[in-house]
Design a protein around this ligand. Structure first.
Ligand code: TRP
Length: 339
């Protein structure tokens, strides 16, 4: 099967270990895109994280987690270039070039900045910019540079990132119109939010903020314990049950094959399957999906030197296209190409 001749780019903010909703909603689809397209880039958005995280140890650890996570879940380094944003200085110079063509008003309209101001207003503060640093304010510029530097065609994103992608296209067009058509205008591919896809163990949307999530990486005993905590009604094993109303069943549909899913549905609807048995089946399906990746993840996290090497090799590759794009942009604007 031929690959689609396009460039995919994904940026991941290091914000802690993923849960199975992140896996189904974001990680698996992004891996799928990477596997089916000609070029793909995946980077750790550590400079973006720095706006909020002022704890060097946490930033380092969370950055390793992103790399270990994606590698454990099947990212193919022969196919995808994996790197830290902070190891590509060309991105930051490109941010400066974009500053020169981007109206301030665009940043004023950014959702993330407006949300910060709304929060200050709600909390009754006099200063609407309280706690807003320049990193947060100029976030969309850096994100545009991340994307444009790699001449990206497609960015898989959640709903919250759509405006950033629209801004990126705006900035690319400002530059292209002011100078020469240097940048590709990227498109976004919308992913469903994890919480809209998967319920948590208490039946509400799966979310870390509800603390009802099932982590991707955990040892088998802990995983089993969590699955056994899933809420059910008090129907007896013999009673018929509504499969689609069961959290167990709804989770199971994402991790078992069609035949197994149908078998659980039948057993629920006809009666005869207890919730304990169903939980055991769900646990086994989760084990099959995540036991190996958990081992791989743990081994990377105890060998961060290996991760550093892999990330440095990725940065070398990413810098090739980044230098080329930046040189072309510099020249278009009347500056010297990079030497
Ligand atoms: N803003 C994204 C987030 O918060 C992370 C990110 C930074 C990103 N740069 C990117 C995503 C470029 C896609 C492309 O999740």
């Amino acid at each position: 099967m031929g690959l689609v001749d396009k460039t995919i780019l994904t940026g991941v903010k290091p914000t802690g270990a993923p849960h199975i909703g992140n896996y189904i909603g974001a990680i698996r689809p992004a891996l799928q895109l990477a596997a089916t397209h000609e070029r793909s880039y995946l980077f750790i958005a550590d400079y973006h994280a720095l706006n909020a995280v002022h704890d060097p140890e946490a930033l380092r650890r969370d950055s390793y987690q992103v790399a270990a996570c994606w590698l454990a879940l099947g990212l193919d380094l022969n196919k995808t270039v994996l790197y830290r944003q902070s190891e590509i200085p060309e991105i930051f110079e490109l941010t400066q070039l974009l500053c020169a063509v981007t109206p301030k008003g665009l940043m004023d309209r950014a959702h993330s900045y407006k949300a910060a101001m709304d929060k200050n207003r709600e909390e009754g503060r006099d200063d609407p910019d309280h706690g807003v640093n320049m990193g947060l304010y100029t976030y969309p510029l850096l994100m545009a540079a991340d994307i444009l530097v790699a001449q990206t065609d497609i960015v898989p994103v959640g709903k919250d990132q759509v405006q950033h992608l629209e801004f990126t296209r705006d900035m690319a067009a400002y530059f292209n119109n002011a100078f020469l058509p240097v940048f590709k205008l990227p498109e976004y591919q919308l992913e469903k939010a994890a919480g809209d896809l998967l319920p948590g163990v208490d039946g509400r949307k799966m979310s870390k903020s509800y603390n009802n999530h099932i982590p991707v990486f955990m040892d088998s005993a802990a995983r089993r314990k969590l699955v056994m905590k899933i809420v059910t009604d008090s129907k007896l094993p013999a009673e018929p049950k509504n499969a689609d109303g069961s959290v167990i069943f709804r989770l199971y549909t994402h991790f078992a094959g069609n035949n197994e899913v149908q078998a659980m549905r039948d057993a629920f609807e006809k009666g005869g399957m207890g919730y304990g048995d169903a939980k055991q089946k769900l646990f086994e399906a989760l084990e099959l999906t995540f036991e190996k990746p958990t081992q791989i993840y743990n081994s990377y996290m105890t060998d961060t030197k290996k991760l550093d090497e892999l990330l440095a090799a990725g940065a070398d590759k990413a810098r090739k296209i980044a230098r080329e794009t930046l040189s072309t942009a510099r020249e278009a604007a009347g500056l010297k190409r990079l030497r």
